[in-house]
Design a protein around this ligand. Structure first.
Ligand code: SAH
Length: 389
């Protein structure tokens, strides 16, 4: 570090705009340290402290000189997510984290212990991360949709969910699912950047095969993932193979029809040879009929796939009306029959448990009450800013 720069930081009282560095790639960190007059190798140290060691402050970075740490204090921010609340399910140990972002908005992440019967269970610990504050897609069965959408998360905010959850759980997280609040494909660049950082062996080294990205259905992005040869697993929230019914459940189907999605997945499978997973919530009498099963079996002949059947988790707490209020979960025995019929067609089927339902942490239940308040405040503010502009 050149001394003049250090002096300038210490003597000059003007507030410098600090750069937010959690979420920067190694190359970006190299550019940053060079802009501060430091040698490139410092970036590798920073990378390791930020991600592999999960440092919460520059003072912890003990192999970095004191001088440079002072410069970092003045020129960089870490923007750690702040843990506001941690709720643990007394029934299954699922843990829900409520985090405050730098601008006071809130998001949730869920730590899911393995189901005991599953293979390798004792070693596996999965975190479900959010990719947006709220969600713009308005799927009729999902609580997050009722919050509306406020903003995309940065790569740093996405990956810090894992760093913070790991710190608080004091256990290594082995698997990551992008299935929390938001639609990952609407935040593609930051999502993929967070994947690249977390899967780097100089960082947390989470294998791409242990990372799943779940989408409500963006055909273009599915193709992009195939073209970029992304090694992560891909899941599509399918929920119906009938275009009209799917449109009722998931308005995004107007933009990307069931046929478009299937074509995109066929392309994905041809290019990557990786089987996608279909997520399917059977709703009683709506999408759990023999005809639905027949269509599913036909689809599996076109695209080798896995299926996750997810029980419908109640979102009545959101005060939802319309179709969302009339949907009911398929009874357990019928769900089993549905699963069995798919298995008989040689499809790998998992019937998901409802871990965390008692604490509002199960799939589709993430909707931050605090976030709801913030979002309505932000809407009022932006409306009034708009008026005064
Ligand atoms: N936007 C992405 C990821 C977030 S939703 C996507 O749609 O895939 C994560 C998973 O939870 C999806 O499969 C979604 O369909 C499912 N889900 C949403 N609401 C649910 C509910 N009330 N009960 C059960 N699963 C739900």
């Amino acid at each position: 570090m050149t001394l003049w720069l250090l002096n300038e930081f210490i003597l000059d009282e003007r507030p410098l705009k600090k750069k937010s560095i959690k979420g920067l790639s190694l190359t970006e960190l190299q550019d940053f340290v060079e802009s501060l007059g430091e040698k490139k190798y410092r970036a590798a140290q920073l990378f390791s402290w930020l991600y592999a060691k999960g440092a919460q402050s520059f003072s912890e970075m003990t192999d970095i000189s004191r001088e440079f740490r002072i410069v970092l204090e003045h020129s960089a921010r870490m923007d750690n997510l702040e843990l506001v609340r941690k709720s643990v399910s007394p029934t299954d140990g699922t843990t829900k984290f409520l985090f405050r972002l730098n601008d006071d908005l809130m998001i949730e992440s869920v730590l899911i212990p393995p189901e005991e019967s599953s293979p390798g269970a004792e070693r596996r610990l999965t975190l479900c991360v959010s990719t947006q504050v709220g969600c713009p897609l308005d799927c009729k069965f999902c609580a997050t949709g009722t919050m509306g959408f406020l903003r995309n998360l940065t790569a740093g905010e996405i990956l810090d969910q894992l760093i913070q959850a790991q710190r608080h759980a004091q256990r290594r997280i082995t698997n990551l699912v992008y299935m929390g609040m938001g639609e990952p494909m609407l935040n593609y660049e930051e999502v993929m950047k967070s994947v690249d950082i977390l899967s780097d062996d100089r960082s947390l080294n989470i294998g791409a095969r242990h990372i799943t990205i779940s989408t409500a259905g963006y055909a273009d992005k599915i193709r992009q993932m195939a073209d970029e040869d992304r090694k992560v697993k891909l899941a599509l929230s399918l929920h119906s193979l009938d275009n009209e019914k799917r449109t009722q459940l998931m308005p995004i189907t107007k933009k990307h029809s069931v046929d478009d999605l299937i074509e995109a997945l066929e392309y994905y499978y041809r290019k990557t040879k990786r089987r996608p997973t279909f997520e399917y919530i059977p709703f009683d009498g709506f999408n759990d009929t023999k005809e639905d099963i027949r269509k599913f079996v036909k689809l599996s002949k076109r695209i080798p796939c896995k299926v996750n059947l997810i029980p419908f988790h109640s979102i009545a707490f959101t005060g939802i009306s319309g179709l969302g209020a009339s949907l009911r979960p398929t009874p357990k025995e019928k769900m089993e029959r549905f699963a069995q019929a798919l298995r008989e067609a040689n499809i790998t089927v998992m019937v998901r448990s409802s871990s965390g339902e008692d604490i509002g942490a199960a799939c589709g239940q993430l909707a931050v009450e605090e976030g709801r308040v913030k979002i309505s405040q932000a809407r009022v503010k932006s409306a009034s800013d708009g008026r005064s502009a």
